[in-house]
Design a protein around this ligand. Structure first.
Ligand code: PPS
Length: 374
């Protein structure tokens, strides 16, 4: 309201000044007009939230073809402390503004959240869940990218990439919101941390394959820090110096919350999806309270194989690659989609050291992982 009032005042001031000057004073008129526009724009921008300002700048850069301005690789992950006292490791310090808004984000009772440590099978689960909730409408799924069907909670809206927090805030009231997040549980909206809201599906992946996939993702994504050599990356992964932190902390916290919220949460591993995709689609549709026919379950399982999703432009991120943000020459988004690819990366010594560290750090866990293909 205050903004509209200011614009209104500025408009009348401008009009008044213009009515006082002579026709010969053209230059003066132009200067006043430009100044009014600049001041109004500055006032408007000042009233915005930092994340909305970020969106504005990012979209502006894209429109002008200045993609490189917002796609510079940060040197390393940035550690920030949020107002709730939680420390977070972020790809960039700028993201901290967004996370403050995420904490305040209002949940809705019919929200569906797909939460994962990055590279655990998010995209796969997103497609499965969306299809279950949309009567296995594979045609509709192919017509819009996942970026347009989901909101990515910790990101801002940038037209060329997809929908972030702002789209989720504006999502039509009568429609289910599909939300994707890689945030650790402690950074989720306060409302969701305090009690269950809507439904949440968590996917986890064995850490060796997860690390390999994340390594290639870092090679591909221009907005993430340089991964360095495989060995350097593995060291950082084990130390938890990753965007959004340690795999161990992330997975163990979600597993702990799952023990308390089994009615509103579904917990599954990448390896289990791989082993029994159709069975998982069936179980997930029960969890999501959707009655699907066997034909629909079949159709979803067919549509969601690695072969099918890697050819599908709505799920394989070719749209983002076209913006230059993903460099497919370095690695594809749909890279291998296998269990056990870690064997092509870990040396015998690295594997032994990792296993020892894994044993030690997970000795109290009831959650078990599969490292070998079925
Ligand atoms: S992201 O960027 O965090 O959202 O990535 P995410 O989707 O979590 O993980 C990408 C990895 O999942 C693999 N993937 C699949 N595997 C099997 N079947 C299907 N349908 C499928 N879809 C995606 C994808 O290939 C990445 O794993 P890697 O090991 O790198 O191939």
């Amino acid at each position: 309201m205050r903004l509209i009032f200011r614009i209104y005042i500025l408009f009348w001031c401008g009009l008044f000044i213009c009515s006082r000057i002579q026709p010969g004073d053209m230059l003066f008129t132009i200067v006043i007009a430009v100044a009014s526009v600049v001041v109004t724009a500055a006032l408007w921008i000042k009233t915005m939230r930092p994340i909305d300002r970020l969106t504005l700048v990012a979209n502006f850069c894209f429109k002008l073809g200045l993609n490189r301005v917002i796609m510079r690789r940060p040197k390393q992950v940035t550690e920030v402390e949020l107002t709730n006292g939680v420390k977070a490791l972020l790809p960039s310090a700028m993201m901290a503004h967004g996370l403050e808004e995420v904490l305040k984000f209002r949940m809705r009772p019919d929200d569906i959240v797909v939460a994962t440590y990055a590279k655990a099978g998010t995209t796969w689960m997103q497609e499965i869940v969306w299809l279950i909730c949309n009567d296995a409408d594979t045609k509709a799924a192919k017509a819009a990218t996942l970026g347009k069907r989901y909101g990515f909670l910790e990101t801002v809206d940038v037209t060329d990439f997809g929908q972030g927090l702002q789209t989720l805030e504006k999502w039509p009231k009568h429609q289910t919101r599909f939300i994707k997040t890689h945030l650790p549980f402690e950074l989720l909206p306060n409302e969701l941390q305090t009690s269950p809201k809507g439904k949440m599906i968590v996917v986890v992946r064995n850490p060796k394959d997860n690390c390999v996939s994340f390594y290639h993702f870092h090679r591909m994504v221009k907005g993430l820090p340089e991964p360095g050599t495989w060995s350097e990356f593995l060291t950082k992964f084990c130390a938890g110096r990753m965007p959004f932190g340690s795999w161990f902390d992330h997975v163990s916290k979600y597993w702990q919350i799952y023990q308390e919220r089994k009615r509103s949460m579904y917990f599954v591993s990448y390896e289990k999806l791989k082993r029994d995709l159709k069975g998982e689609v069936r179980r997930l549709s029960k969890f999501l309270e959707k009655n699907l026919t066997e034909d629909q379950i079949d159709a979803i399982a067919q549509h969601c194989t690695f072969g099918s999703m890697s050819k599908n432009s709505s799920t394989n991120y070719t749209d983002v690659a076209k913006t230059g943000a993903f460099e497919f020459k370095a690695s594809k988004f749909m890279r291998k989609g296998e269990v056990g690819d870690w064997k092509n990366h870990f040396t015998i010594n690295q594997s032994k050291a990792f296993d020892e560290m894994f044993e030690e750090r997970t000795k109290d866990w009831t959650l078990k992982f599969e490292f070998e293909p079925a």
